[in-house]
Write a protein that binds this ligand. Sequence first.
Ligand code: IMP
Length: 194
Amino acid sequence: MADRRRLVIASGNAGKLREYRELLAGAGFELVAFDSEVEEVGATYVENARLKAETACNRSGLPSLGDDSGVEVEALGGFPGLHSARLAPTQEARTAELLRRLEGKPRPWNARFACVVALAAPGGPTQFFEGECRGEIVPEWRGKAGFGYDPIFLVPGTGKTFGEMPPEEKRLYSHRAGAVRALLESGALNRLPA
Ligand code: IMP
């Protein structure tokens, strides 16, 4: 069997890495995890995704995917958005802090998850793919699946939070699955040099 081409997933987030392994399972690449450990100094998801992907690509010499994502809550003016990973030191504390900021605000707490995937390849321009999932933040933690804010993010029409969905169900709706779908449909991975 011919060696499979390698593709770097530039993330140290175990939840994201698990999802990329599932979402790209049929894409024909050997996936390599590499944490770029860049400071997320960008002003947009696109800039941060670019930083992660290009740092990993420069260091490894391999095509690399960077992911920047976050949850934006309407009643908080889109907060935490880009700051979703840095609201508090642990994810449990971040989820609690988001709910604390929403206390007393009228429901529904409409929100969206956004994800930008950057594909950086040696010698080519970096390309970007986006996905989003609209939903609602709920005050009680529901389910243990997924990661991050999944237990408090209700997906309309399903009666479930992402925390209550197995991976194959989350991927029907998720912002990350949407961005990866756009990446696959673009054919960009097939055009990478062998
Ligand atoms: P970053 O992309 O490394 O800046 O981190 C994004 C942060 O947003 C994560 O650490 C999570 O807290 C949150 N997040 C992003 N995607 C998801 C998701 O699919 N489920 C739950 N939380 C997410």
